[in-house]
Design a protein around this ligand. Structure first.
Ligand code: F0G
Length: 461
C-alpha cells in the first residue's frame, strides 16, 4: 500500500456469522449492577449489550483459525499442533524455546518461580496486576521504572511505555545486578493506557542490562500494537512492516511471557519463551506441575493450532491498522465530546480519566469503579476499573494509591462495528452530562488477591 494515499481504516475482513445481543432497559440494568455489587466483573454477560470489559480472549477468530481447530491433534504428548505453534513463535518472534500455558498468568507463574529468589527486585515499565502478584508470590519486589509521563493522563508523550533509564540505573546501583534476575518490559503498557515503548528506548535498556548481565523478560501480550505505533511514530521505522518490527523488538529481549488471548487472536492460550536452555529446562519441569505436559501446557491441540494461525494474522499490517484505527475513531469522538481521555489514544482501548470526570469524588470513593457502573446503567456498555481497586494492597497490607484512576473501554479485536463505537461514545457523553449528580461507592467485600475481580460495593447515600 502506498503510504501517501490517505484512506479510512476499514476492516480487512467481512462477517459470515453473527451473534445476537440482548437489549435491556435502564431499570433492568440498575437491578443487575446492584446485584453485581457495582462490579462489572460480576455482571452476567447476557445482561451486557456492548462488552468492553477486556480485549482478552474476546476476539473473533478467522475462518482459517476455526478451520485449523478441526485439525487439532489431541494426543497427550507430542501433538502436531504444538510443533506448529513452536514454529510460529520461532518464525514471528524469534524465541528459541517455548512452553505453552493455559494463558498469560500461567506463564508468569512458571517464569517467576524459575527466575526469582526471595529478596530480589524486579524493575518493570509499570506493573500489571497478575504479573506483579506472581513476582511478589515468588518472593520478589516490583519496582516501577517507567517514565513519569506515563503516570500523567495529560502528557502526550508518544512513547509513554518508555523506561526511565536513570531510574533503572539507580536501582541497579542500589541493589546490585545479583538481586535483579530480570527487567520486566511490557510492550504497549496496559496499565498506562495501552502506550508503547520506543525501539530506541528498548535498545538503551538492552545496552544497560547487557553491561550488568541482567536479562530482559518481555511481556509481549500486545507486541503487535506496540510495533504499529513504532511504525507510525518512530523515525527510521516508517517503511518497515509490523512483522519486521515485532521480530526486532523480541530480538532485544531474552525471553517472554505471552497472553495469546490479546494480540494473538485466540480465546484461550499463552506461552512462556526463553533463549536460555537452563531456564527452559527448569520451566519445562515446572509446567508439568502447574499446567500440563510441556507439549500442551493446559491447552487442547486445537487451541495451539488456532494460536499458531492467530500469531501470523496478528502481525499483518492491514489487520493492525484497522484494529488501532477503530480505537482512534472512538477516542477522537470522545475527545470531541469533551470527555477526558488518556492521550495519546492507546492501542487496545480508550482510558477515561475518572479523576477529571468525577472530580468531586475522593480516591477512597472509587471514582473509576463508580464511573464504570454508571456507564453500564446508561447503555449496557460494560467497561472496567483500572484505578485503586485494581492496584490492590502492598504485601504489608497498605493500599496502593495509583496516580491513574481510569475506566478502560477495551475493544475486542474484529468484533464490533463503527456504529457500536458511536453508541459507546454517546453513552459516555450522557453520563458526562449528568456527572455532578453521581455519588461514589464503598467497598463491602474485599478478596485477598486481585481484589478487582470479585470485590463488592454499595452506593454511598
Ligand atoms: N500481561 C498483560 C499486559 C495483560 O494485560 C494480561 C492480561 C496478562 C499479562 C495476563 O494474561 O489474562 O492471559 O492470564 N490482561 C487482561 C486484561 C486480563 O483484561 O487486561 P492472562
Amino acid at each position: 500500500m502506498k503510504k501517501h494515499i490517505k484512506s479510512s481504516w476499514a476492516e480487512p475482513y467481512r462477517m459470515k456469522m453473527v451473534e445476537l445481543l440482548k437489549m435491556t432497559t435502564r431499570k433492568q440494568r440498575q437491578k443487575a449492577i446492584r446485584e453485581a455489587g457495582y462490579n462489572t466483573f460480576l455482571l452476567k454477560s447476557e445482561d451486557v449489550y456492548i462488552d468492553l470489559l477486556t480485549d482478552s480472549g474476546t476476539s473473533a477468530m478467522s475462518d482459517r483459525q476455526w478451520a485449523g481447530m478441526m485439525t487439532g491433534d489431541e494426543a497427550y504428548a507430542g501433538s502436531r499442533n504444538f510443533f506448529r505453534l513452536e514454529k510460529a513463535i520461532q518464525k514471528f518472534y524469534g524465541y528459541k524455546y517455548i512452553i505453552p500455558t493455559h494463558q498469560g498468568r500461567g506463564a508468569e507463574n512458571i517464569l517467576s518461580k524459575v527466575l526469582i529468589k526471595k529478596g530480589d527486585m524486579i524493575p518493570g515499565n509499570m506493573y500489571f496486576t497478575t504479573t506483579r502478584l506472581h513476582q511478589e508470590l515468588a518472593g520478589g519486589t516490583f519496582a516501577d521504572i517507567i517514565i513519569d509521563e506515563a503516570h500523567d493522563p495529560l502528557s502526550e508523550h508518544p512513547f509513554k511505555g518508555n523506561v526511565d533509564i536513570q531510574k533503572l540505573e539507580a536501582l541497579i546501583n542500589k541493589y546490585g545486578a545479583n538481586r535483579i534476575p530480570y527487567v520486566s518490559i511490557a510492550t504497549n503498557v496496559n496499565m498506562a493506557g495501552g502506550q508503547p515503548i520506543s525501539m530506541k528506548n528498548l535498545k538503551e535498556v538492552r545496552a544497560l542490562t547487557k553491561k550488568h548481565g541482567i536479562r530482559i523478560i518481555h511481556d509481549m501480550t500486545r507486541v503487535a500494537e506496540n510495533a504499529y505505533f513504532i511504525q507510525q511514530r518512530e523515525k527510521g521505522y516508517e517503511k518497515k512492516s509490523v512483522r519486521e518490527i515485532v521480530f526486532e523488538i523480541c530480538s532485544y529481549t531474552d525471553g517472554a511471557t505471552m497472553s495469546a488471548k490479546k494480540d494473538a487472536l485466540v480465546n484461550i492460550g499463552g506461552f512462556m519463551a526463553t533463549n536460555e536452555w537452563d531456564v527452559f529446562e527448569e520451566a519445562r519441569n515446572l509446567v508439568v506441575v502447574y499446567e500440563g505436559l510441556h507439549t500442551y501446557g493446559g491447552l487442547a491441540g486445537r487451541d495451539m493450532e488456532a494460536m499458531a494461525i492467530g500469531i501470523e494474522e496478528s502481525v499483518s499490517d492491514n489487520h493492525i491498522r484497522a484494529r488501532v484505527g477503530q480505537i482512534e475513531y472512538l477516542g477522537n469522538k470522545m475527545m470531541d465530546f469533551g470527555i477526558p481521555v488518556v492521550k495519546p489514544i492507546g492501542g487496545h482501548g480508550i482510558f477515561v480519566d475518572a479523576r477529571q470526570f468525577l472530580p468531586h469524588l475522593s480516591q477512597d470513593e472509587f471514582p473509576a469503579q463508580t464511573l464504570a457502573a454508571e456507564i453500564y446503567i446508561d447503555s449496557g456498555v460494560r467497561t472496567m476499573e483500572r484505578g485503586i481497586v485494581s492496584a490492590g494492597r502492598k504485601p504489608n497490607g497498605d493500599n496502593y494509591y495509583p496516580k491513574l484512576e481510569l475506566v478502560r473501554f477495551t475493544i475486542p479485536r474484529r468484533v464490533y462495528t463503527q456504529a457500536h463505537m458511536d453508541v459507546i461514545a454517546e453513552s459516555a457523553l450522557n453520563v458526562f452530562e449528568e456527572r455532578k449528580k453521581i455519588k461514589g461507592l464503598k467497598m463491602v467485600y474485599e478478596p485477598k488477591y486481585l481484589r478487582f475481580f470479585q470485590a463488592r460495593f454499595e452506593k454511598l447515600k
